[in-house]
Design a protein around this ligand. Structure first.
Ligand SMILES: C[S@@+](CC[C@H](N)C(=O)[O-])C[C@H]1O[C@@H](n2cnc3c(N)ncnc32)[C@H](O)[C@@H]1O
Length: 204
């Protein structure tokens, strides 16, 4: 997987990738609904080269953590951010086989856009969940955006596991309360459309 994603990010301009967002409006809308202050830790898992990080910096967040399996993706993001890159903690790690992520703690927002759906094996999903349960703080939030049930069955040439809000709730378990969810039709740079489900949970 590491090779796959490094190849993707090193061979294409990030603005042409099939998940690029000039403005991650839906994620920001949900983040703005969370009760946070600027010192809270916000973890973007599988952040790739996402413009979410630029936006979190602009909003004044001081504890932003970007993690991805691909060092190439994070390097592209760092380059774009320039001096602001030092405002972010960077972690190269695999959510399915984490070596560093479990050292984190007290995460206020776990944000995942288009990453969980690549974990198709049950053991990978359970590893992801164990990390999330370990590091998200009590009353912390989990935002997951994934391909919805009427969405595509592949992304970046890889099979995906699609979700609706009930499946995400079942996955996270009753320690997390679904605060809200919505469908969102994402327009790819190519013009194609991809239906997503966005869900916001709070740890209880
Ligand atoms: C479709 S992209 C989404 C990127 C970003 N979240 C966004 O919304 O622009 C999926 C991202 O997940 C990363 N990824 C895939 N599998 C991963 C894994 N097992 N652990 C960590 N990151 C992973 C990829 O490198 C890629 O950056």
């Amino acid at each position: 997987m590491k090779e796959h994603w490094n190849k993707v990010y090193s061979s294409r301009d990030t603005t042409r990738l099939g998940w690029y967002e000039e403005s991650p409006e839906k994620s920001l809308e949900l983040i703005d609904k969370c009760n946070t202050n600027e010192h809270d830790k916000i973890l973007d898992v599988g952040s790739g080269a996402s413009t979410l990080i630029d936006n979190l910096i602009s909003r004044g967040y001081k504890n932003i953590i970007a993690t991805d399996i691909s060092i190439e993706a994070l390097e592209k993001l760092k380059q774009r951010l320039g001096d602001d890159a030092q405002l972010v903690k960077w972690i190269v790690d695999d959510l399915a086989h984490p070596k560093h992520l479990n050292d984190l703690k007290d995460i206020t927002i776990w944000h995942d856009r288009a990453v969980l759906h690549f974990l198709t094996e049950e053991s990978e999903r359970q590893t992801y969940l164990l990390t999330l349960q370990k590091i998200v703080k009590n009353k912390g939030y989990v935002i997951i955006a994934s391909f919805s049930l009427d969405g595509a069955s592949k992304c970046s040439g890889l099979d995906v596991r699609r979700y609706d809000e009930n499946m995400l709730q079942e996955f996270l378990g009753n320690g997390f309360k679904l605060l809200e969810h919505c469908s969102y039709l994402y327009h790819m740079p190519s013009g194609d459309k991809r239906p997503y489900i966005y869900a916001l949970f709070q740890r209880i």
